[in-house]
Ligand binder design. Structure first.
Ligand SMILES: *Cc1c(COP(=O)(O)O)cnc(C)c1O
Length: 422
């Protein structure tokens, strides 16, 4: 390693051949779309594309019941509504996630409560979840980040002990497994997104699983995604007891979803292999902390995120990222810029413009240091894109790039001393 000059210092780039690419949509999607249009209706309740999409999804997941929605955010909101989350209820969740995890909590006028994370899996630390429980806690919203399953056994045990609902946010974790079980089938509800950046895309869309399989509960979830209208076998009942949004999926999305689901197992296999290969290729490197999986975890790698051990490297995270990029390896320092509670919305306790409701129902504040491990993860992480089209050669190049950059910054000069060292 030592002898090689970094590309950032004028040396040769590690990666000279471009990453594998491919087309996500083809004749299969076109055929389904044509059929959808030929039905002469695009309404989910009269056509059969959304119904078929869900049927296939249920078969793939080995479950009885699920409901389609207009987005992953909508899926989570629907699950929260069906779980009975209402004004002033607390929902414990992860501070490293997409905004879509939080939107439904606040629209139900619930209070997001953030628990800290495991430093290597980036998922909820069950002990921290237990510490955040109060008499107002209604649900735990578990995020399975980047394809990696959260440690569900202790979380389910905590939930059972306190009579809480568990909602799994699986937007980034299709077909990820925990001790042999698929994530999204373990809690009360599993929520998925088919937005254009996820393992599979219908443009936008989502799915909620109803894991109890209970007919009454299923009807409640179904209605909550459709204005609380009760549509059964061609009939519609409009006795509305409480508020629910319209989050329906259209037949066009259902049609594309049918074709995409067929590709999902392969997509996941490719991503899994790629992610695992990278971990294997960098796990012995001083200064590099590859991601870990919880016991019994199997990841479908939506992205790949490792961390730097700053005490072993003579560079900042930003310098490392830049040097790696110059080697031809695209990457980003961190994931979201900050833990979610550091955004102005939480700092001002303002969900609705010019109002402090529902935050005013709670004494909770969101100071820096609330979840120190999560904050540290985002300060020390490097994120690499993953695609099912990347090749084994791409993985080897990425490994060589990381090894070259890490090798340089562990060998030069002394360990951190100067002001520019992070
Ligand atoms: C993408 C995503 C969502 C939201 O899904 P949308 O379909 O974009 O609404 C929610 N949670 C996580 C973790 C996500 O990655």
């Amino acid at each position: 390693m030592k002898g090689e000059t970094l590309a950032i210092h004028g040396g040769e780039k590690v990666k000279t051949k471009s990453f594998g690419t491919g087309r996500r949509f083809g004749t299969e999607e076109l055929k389904e779309l044509r059929e959808a249009l030929e039905q002469n209706t695009l309404f989910y309740h009269t056509g059969n594309k959304v119904t078929t999409f869900l049927k296939r999804f249920n078969e793939l997941y080995g479950i009885q019941r699920s409901v389609a929605t207009s987005s992953g955010t909508a899926a989570i909101h629907v699950a929260l509504g069906a779980a009975g989350v209402s004004v002033g209820d607390e929902v414990i969740t992860s501070p490293i996630t997409d905004q879509g995890t939080l939107i439904g909590i606040l629209y139900q006028n619930g209070i997001p409560v953030f628990a800290d994370l495991d430093p290597r899996t980036y998922n909820l630390d069950p002990q921290s979840v237990a510490d955040r429980i109060t008499p107002k806690t209604k649900a735990i919203l578990v995020v399975h980040l980047a394809g990696s399953p959260a440690d569900m056994d202790p979380i389910m045990a905590i939930a059972r002990r306190h009579g809480l609902k568990v909602i799994e946010d699986c937007a980034q974790s299709y077909l990820a497994r925990y001790k042999g079980r698929l994530v999204g089938t373990i809690g009360d509800y599993g929520c998925f997104s088919t937005n254009d950046f996820k393992h599979i895309s219908t443009g936008d869309g989502g799915i909620v699983t109803v894991n109890s399989g209970n007919e009454e509960e299923y009807r409640m979830v179904h209605a909550f995604a459709d204005k609380n209208y009760q549509r059964w076998q061609g009939e519609v009942f409009r006795d509305l007891d409480y508020l629910a949004p319209n989050y329906r999926m259209t037949e066009l999305q259902g049609a594309v979803g049918i074709a995409q689901l067929k590709k999902l197992p392969d997509i996941v296999r490719q991503r899994h292999r790629y992610g695992e290969r990278i971990t294997e290729g960098i796990r012995d490197l001083p200064g590099i902390l590859p991601p870990r999986l919880c016991d019994g975890g199997w990841s479908s790698y939506w992205f790949y995120m490792f961390r730097l051990d700053q005490s072993r490297l003579n560079c900042s995270r930003e310098q490392f990222s830049e040097a790696l990029r110059e080697e031809g390896i695209p990457n980003h320092p961190g994931y979201i810029p900050q833990v979610v509670y550091q955004q102005p919305m939480f700092q001002k306790r303002q969900a609705y413009l010019n109002s402090d409701f529902p935050f005013d129902l709670s004494g909770r504040a969101y100071p820096g240091g609330l979840c120190p491990v999560a904050e540290h993860i985002l300060e020390t992480a490097i994120r690499l894109p993953v695609s099912e089209f990347f090749t084994e050669e791409d993985a080897e190049d990425v490994i060589r790039g990381i090894r070259k950059v890490a090798g340089f910054y562990t060998s030069v000069g002394s360990y951190p001393s100067g002001n520019d060292v992070y």
